[in-house]
Design a protein around this ligand. Structure first.
Ligand code: ZN
Length: 78
């Protein structure tokens, strides 16, 4: 599981099950675990500090580069 953080204020945003070694470009909603501090307004995901982190695209969130960081490990698909 990865934990996605806001790059600006370091708050935890949500947990995400990531497969493979690639960058986190989008987050599929069915692989999102616990959500912490995030507010969805007008299909945009806001951190409480006011930064837009991602865009709600229906089945996934499209992440905005450089607005977030993550910690944790990615799972390797065998
Ligand atoms: Zn923030």
């Amino acid at each position: 599981m990865l934990t996605i953080h806001c790059a600006a204020c370091r708050k935890k945003l949500w947990k995400y099950e990531k497969f493979g070694h690639g960058h986190v470009v989008r987050c599929h909603k069915d692989r999102i675990g616990k959500q912490y501090h995030v507010e969805v307004v007008d299909h945009k995901l806001y951190c409480p500090c006011g930064k837009v982190i991602a865009i709600d695209k229906g089945s996934h969130y499209r992440m905005i580069a450089n607005t977030f960081t993550y910690t944790g490990t990615k799972k390797n698909r065998k």
